[in-house]
Design a binder for this molecule. Structure first.
Ligand code: ATP
Ligand code: ZN
Length: 295
């Protein structure tokens, strides 16, 4: 009997494709060479990737064409606002990349600075479902104009008074003379699946991928730190190490004034962490990335 293959919908090109293929590569998925524009096979796992536009991913997963998908929460929730078929989709796990936020913004002249000030005004957006739901929840009656892209130029063109658009750094808003005044949704890439019954026969490979993804995400900010410290300053050193549960302390051959400390730090290690370690007597501090993790 052949093992059933899991089909994963993933963006063909763009921010989600970049982060998604990087994640799959780090999780040990080897892509088979292929000329097919739509389907890529993994050569070492029962996994096929369907390469499509991110906006089509919720529909492909909801209809069962693909068992799973990697998509932004913004696209998932917008699809759920628009179609009841998408309501059966679940987030299996968040993936920690393609972070952005759907925000309301208006020209920097300050006429519109609050959600209530949108009453009777026009808001341009590529996310009419989420924008309408947000405004309704706030009891604000505004007109919504749907735009496929270049939403940030709408106020300048006289098409809208405000916009509701995806923002990551805020640079696009600034260039267009807009200032944000409210966050509608915080978003990042997520692994989604359809109904459980549909995914049953591929749950083995799905569980394996989820465990590996967790390992990749955890190892991203986890660092291995090595340092030497005077034995009487060990308590201070350990208090500074970010998110290190149980550092290992070892003797240094030929030295009784220092011990070696090895620790796995699960929180970000910044330059000021190293400077703080130095002030309590730590020396020869090494910070190393961790490639893989399994707990
Ligand atoms: P296509 O529809 O052809 O797949 P796209 O133009 O929607 O491509 P991207 O611009 O790559 O594709 O955006 C994909 C997703 O990346 C967005 O839906 C969102 O989840 C996330 N994202 C992160 N930062 C931003 C940002 N600054 N602007 C737009 N999207 C962002
Ligand atoms: Zn898109």
């Amino acid at each position: 009997m052949t093992t059933p293959r899991l089909t994963l919908a993933i963006q063909k090109k763009g921010r989600l494709a970049e982060g998604g293929f990087d994640l799959l590569g780090r999780a040990g998925v080897k892509l088979a060479y292929g000329r097919d524009d739509l389907l890529r096979r993994a050569e070492n796992l029962p996994l096929d990737m369907m390469l499509i536009r991110d906006d089509d991913i919720p529909g492909f997963v909801a209809s069962g064409v693909c068992g799973y998908g990697i998509v932004g929460e913004n696209v998932l929730y917008e699809a759920q606002q628009k179609s009841s078929r998408a309501s059966g989709l679940h987030i299996v796990m968040k993936l920690g990349f393609a972070r952005c936020a759907l925000k309301l913004a208006a020209p920097g002249d300050g006429v519109i600075q609050t959600v209530t000030a949108l009453t009777g005004k026009t808001v341009a957006t590529s996310y009419p479902g989420l924008t309408a739901a947000f405004l309704k929840e706030r009891g604000v009656n505004a007109n919504i104009v749907e735009m496929g892209g270049s939403v940030e130029v709408a106020p300048r063109m006289g098409v809208a008074d405000a916009i509701c658009d995806l923002v990551s750094t805020g640079a696009t808003l600034q260039i267009n003379g807009l200032s944000e005044f409210e966050t509608v949704l915080e978003s990042e890439a997520a692994l989604i699946r359809g109904s459980e019954a549909r995914c049953e026969d591929t749950s083995g490979i799905a569980d394996l991928l989820v465990e590996r993804f967790k390992g990749v995400i955890a190892s991203r900010q986890t660092k291995y730190i090595l340092l030497n410290a005077p034995p009487d300053r060990l308590k201070d050193v350990c208090a500074i190490l970010p998110g290190a549960d149980a550092p290992t302390v070892a003797q240094v051959v030929g030295r009784d004034d220092v011990v070696a400390v090895h620790a796995v730090c699960t929180e970000a290690v910044f330059w000021d962490t190293l400077e703080a370690l130095k002030t309590v007597g730590a020396r020869s501090i090494l910070v190393m990335p961790i490639e893989k993790m399994m707990t």
